[in-house]
Design a protein around this ligand. Structure first.
Ligand code: ATP
Ligand code: MG
Length: 398
């Protein structure tokens, strides 16, 4: 067993010693069998949440109404979730009711895909009630049970099918794909945040291009936020055939570099996807420069300094010549200042010399000084900068 599971064995044993069933479940089991890196080790148990809490010293109710308790007794935190069923999805997204049950079978039944419905005992024996092992071997994403029923219960599963297909280079089973095509419009009802998580993972997947082609072919695109149906996705998909972004901000910066949107519309688009302010700021900086790298002035590169790795990654995705990228890397490394606070002068000093009154003019002058330093027109020294500022003032007056 990989170390991640060994570390968690005592948690399973404690549950079993108390007379409950307990298994490793979900993504960690799947990834172990695929020899992929293991993320969170999740545990499912027949014990009810109150019983789990009594058995461990330190627990946090991370999602107790859904049956999840985080156990902190063993160094790492483990999410222990009571076997449960989900019923009556009246809104195509969240179950109206979760019911705790004592049967592993019932719990595995509600999971999305056969490869995600595998369980493992603390000794490493696999419990495979839905032929997940066979699908894992064949490389197939297949809904547990009737795909149409499962996608009607929770439309997000369609995005997850495309996401796992991209990440694992798996095909989607015929009936599962057929259901996807039929029910894609239900994606409109899903919370944007949930779709975004899957979409970001999809585009970082090894087979992102293939999954995006599927999304186009199966009619998923019009039901995603941002009106992507009006875009020409061909250049994006061609880039993704060669390499894939490794960072979620790069996902967006790359996508938008391959759009025809102006900066303000890029921001609107990101807001429709409910990305964070921080991501919007970064992407609005990177995407326009990546799109027009030949015309990009050194001043823009100065502004992008804190996002340099992301910019380089987008340029690589876009197939920019290695030489051009090397030049930009060099330029970024040798910039005389990397941010405005590197200037040997600041607003207070300018005010102290009585050169300015507080106000917008001051900020504009600091920007001009930064630009002049970057372009080699003035040295980054306080006296030189003061002289230069005086020149700017007399120039403006004349
Ligand atoms: P990752 O490595 O990306 O975390 P994962 O398979 O662990 O992949 P999670 O979103 O962490 O995915 O979910 C954990 C498990 O919960 C899944 O393996 C699956 O069994 C189940 N699951 C998650 N989301 C759904 C859903 N929308 N419908 C049904 N089952 C789900
Ligand atoms: Mg997971």
């Amino acid at each position: 067993l990989p170390q991640e599971f060994k570390d968690a064995q005592p948690a399973l044993k404690r549950l079993e010693d108390a007379g409950h069933e307990a298994y490793f479940v979900g993504g960690a089991v799947r990834d172990m069998l695929l020899n992929k890196p293991i993320h969170d080790v999740d545990i499912a148990t027949s014990a009810f949440p109150e019983e789990v809490k009594r058995l461990f010293n330190t627990t946090v109710d991370t999602g107790i109404q859904h049956g999840t308790v985080m156990v902190l007794d063993f160094g790492n935190g483990y999410e222990i979730t009571t076997f449960r069923t989900e019923s009556t999805y009246t809104d195509f997204r969240r179950p109206d009711k979760v019911t705790f049950v004592r049967s592993l079978l019932e719990d595995l039944k509600r999971r999305d895909f056969t490869i995600n419905a595998l369980a493992m005992t603390h000794t490493g024996d696999i419990v495979d009630l839905f032929n997940g092992l066979s699908d894992l071997k064949k490389g197939i994403i297949r809904a547990v049970g009737d795909a149409e029923v499962r996608f009607t219960e929770d439309a997000l599963r369609m995005m997850r099918a495309l996401r796992f297909s991209a990440q694992l280079s798996f095909d989607i089973a015929v009936d599962t794909q057929k259901a996807l095509k039929t029910l894609a419009p239900n994606l409109e009802k899903i919370a944007v945040e949930r779709i975004r998580v899957e979409f970001e993972k999809l585009l970082q997947g090894e087979k992102a291009a293939q999954s995006m082609e599927m999304a186009v072919h199966d009619g998923v695109i019009p039901y995603l936020p941002g009106h992507l149906e009006n875009w020409d996705l061909t250049p994006l998909i061609s880039d993704l055939k060669i390499r894939q972004p490794q960072h979620h901000q790069v996902v967006w910066a790359h996508l938008l570099s391959r759009s025809s949107l102006q900066v303000e519309d890029m921001k609107k688009f990101m807001r429709l996807w409910k990305t964070s302010r921080e991501d919007i700021k970064a992407v609005a900086m990177i995407a326009p420069i990546a799109r027009q790298i030949d015309q990009a002035s050194i001043f823009d590169l100065y502004r992008i300094y804190s996002y340099r790795n992301e910019l380089i990654e987008v340029l690589q995705l876009m197939g920019t010549a290695t030489e051009t990228i090397a030049n930009i890397v060099h330029m970024l490394k040798t910039l005389p200042i990397k941010q405005s606070s590197d200037l040997a002068i600041n607003g207070n000093k300018l005010l102290a010399r009585g050169l300015f009154n507080p106000g917008p003019e001051l900020g504009r002058t600091l920007e001009k000084l930064a630009r002049a330093v970057l372009l080699g027109e003035v040295n980054n020294r306080t006296d030189s900068l003061l002289d230069y500022a005086k020149e700017l003032i007399s120039y403006d007056k004349n």
